[in-house]
Design a protein around this ligand. Structure first.
Ligand code: DON
Length: 566
């Protein structure tokens, strides 16, 4: 096992060293004295830095970045979707903002079932797939409570990028070309996201979005009313009427983002403040860390067969609980305190066997009440010079959402309704089997895996964590924390290290192809795991702050994000 461990660690460090050389031109693994911004897209990272240098704080920069990503990363950055923000202010205050989409008032439990059969096309690729967007309300609320700068100032860079355009990278051009056939189905999407002459986008093409610039301009002048009423609302409703959607004027008018207390868990002297439900990440990560508390992970060795086996079994149990207990806390009673108790999590591990994988059929969910006393998203992390920290994860759900652009307004709608349990027993887009707690209901928020997390020690921010990747967000965030705290990896090594993922159902251990050595894979198979190689487990954009206050921005090598700072 020692040899395997040595090979793997060498691999991680070699990979990191090579990657730094390879990616240095886009700003890898940099550290800064004052402030740092890490996002999935280079223009957005630059916008964040510019706002910070103009005297904005981390919240001003986060709002500016969110709107910039709506322009420069249209597959995930958005104003037609939703997300979560976790904040830790330098004065010690920690909170979170839930700007997740809500189901329209006309939504029903069985809206995606026809003749007893689940219709994935409806929950993923139709106008019915859209929840009521929350981003605009969320950004304005965050700015009003914590920002220093006016909305017009923080939105100006996004408006400029949309109006004047920006040159597409190879990857951005590819992403748009990949979805061209689906954009062609809607005249608005075809107009905005394919080329007039029908040829594919090329690297370097200037991507201009005039209608989106006008929509952003309305929001920057009129605030909420620039989106949830007036011209933009008219255009959303016209799109709904044309394509059979059910979002109404009253849904838009009544949408409200919500401040919520993060879930806080303490491990190894670090306090993790994680987005609470309707994010499932908080409870899942806290449960996994609690289940692992009695084990000496370092002794097992990073990514040794024993380590992968143990951590997989922990993931299996946490995801089984996620499926059964978690949903929108405004609609269902989540036994949160009980799920997080040491006793419950120890009991969940009683069935763990060092020599044999559990079967997901037999694991199911536990009974916490006996101890009475949950390609395409984008995560960004920002810390300003005063130590205010913000982590935001936002999404349209699928890449470019439901591919339906609002005609005349230039932005895409989400297909977040697919995150609800459309029919118990039927997997959603990410293969998640979910329960009744996450059934569709009017105004309800669909359960999410997005897990922005701020880690503090003695009330000072030490890490901002989070990722994209559906349910793999939870495991990627969890791996990064363990890699830095248990295995002492420096932040870029932690982010580059190979990851694995198990989500209870399907009963598969997904591993990044280069991440497990052949003998480790053999052992895991012998113990009964079903292994499945996978392209990438999440894309995490991490900040780490060392004992001297030096801020490390670490983009994920699995994407093309960048860090900017000063
Ligand atoms: O909220 C969720 O859990 C999903 N809608 C996230 C989707 C996602 O991360 C897509 N991929 N990168």
């Amino acid at each position: 096992m020692r040899t395997v461990l040595r090979i793997l660690l060498t691999f991680v460090f070699v990979l990191t060293a090579q990657s730094e050389a390879l990616f240095a031109q886009i700003g890898w693994a940099k550290s800064y004295q004052n402030a740092v911004v890490v996002t999935a897209e280079k223009h957005a990272s630059k916008v964040g830095k510019k706002i910070l240098q103009q005297g904005g704080n981390a919240v001003d920069a986060a709002v500016a970045v969110q709107f910039a990503l709506a322009v420069t990363e249209p597959r995930a950055g958005n104003i037609g979707g939703g997300g979560f923000m976790v904040l830790h202010m330098a004065d010690g205050g920690t909170t979170s903002l839930d700007f997740r989409e809500r189901a329209p008032q006309k939504a029903t439990k069985d809206m995606f079932i026809k003749d007893g059969e689940y219709q994935p096309d409806l929950s993923r690729r139709s106008a019915l797939a859209s929840g009521v967007p929350g981003v605009v309300d969320g950004m304005i609320k965050a700015l009003e409570r914590y920002g220093n700068l006016p909305l017009e100032t923080v939105m100006a860079p996004a408006i400029k990028l949309a109006r004047e355009g920006y040159p597409l990278t190879w990857l951005q051009a590819q992403d748009l070309n990949d979805k061209a056939e689906q954009f062609e189905k809607y005249h608005s999407s075809k107009k905005y996201f394919t080329k007039k002459d029908g040829s594919p986008y090329q690297e370097g093409d200037l991507f201009v979005q005039k209608d989106l610039a006008n929509t952003l301009d309305r929001i920057s002048r009129m605030g909420r009313d620039g989106f949830y009423s007036g011209v933009t609302a008219d255009r959303i409703i016209n799109t709904m009427d044309e394509l059979g959607g059910i979002i109404s004027y009253s849904d838009l008018k009544n949408y409200e983002s919500k401040w919520r207390d993060p879930v806080t868990t303490t491990i190894k002297g670090f306090n993790l403040h994680i987005m609470p439900p309707p994010s499932s990440g908080s409870i899942a990560i806290a449960q996994m860390l609690t289940m692992l508390e009695d084990y000496n992970l370092k002794e097992l060795g990073y990514n040794s067969a024993e380590y992968v086996h143990l951590v997989t079994e922990v993931m299996r149990r946490a995801f089984a609980d996620r499926a059964h207990f978690l949903g929108d806390p405004d609609f269902v009673n989540i036994p949160q305190l009980e799920l997080l108790t040491e006793k419950y999590n120890q009991q969940r591990m009683e069935s763990f066997n060092w020599n044999k994988a559990s079967s997901s059929d037999s694991i199911s969910h536990g009974d916490p009440l006996q101890y009475q006393e949950s390609k395409e998203t984008t995560h960004f992390s920002i810390v300003d010079k005063n130590g205010n920290a913000v982590g935001v994860t936002t999404t349209l759900n699928g890449s470019f959402g439901n591919k339906i652009a609002v005609d005349g307004a230039g932005f895409l709608l989400n297909n977040e309704m697919d995150d609800f349990t459309a029919q118990p027993g039927e997997p959603n887009m990410f293969g998640l089997i979910q329960g009744k707690a996450n059934a569709v209901a009017p105004k309800k928020r669909m359960l999410s895996s997005m897990s922005p997390t701020i880690v503090t020690k003695n009330d000072t921010t030490r890490m901002v964590l989070g990722a994209a990747g559906g349910p793999r967000i939870i495991t990627a965030t969890f791996h990064n924390f363990l890699n830095m705290t248990v295995f002492g990896m420096e932040p870029q090594a932690a982010n580059s290290a190979p990851r694995f993922h198990h989500q209870w159902m399907p009963d598969k251990l997904y591993y990044e192809e280069f991440g497990l050595s052949p003998d480790t894979r053999e052992k895991l198979k012998e113990w009964g795991h079903t292994l499945s190689a996978t392209g990438g487990v999440g894309r995490a954009h991490t900040i780490y702050i060392d004992d001297n206050g030096l801020k490390y921005g670490s983009p994920d090598p699995r994407g093309d994000g960048t860090a900017e700072g000063y």
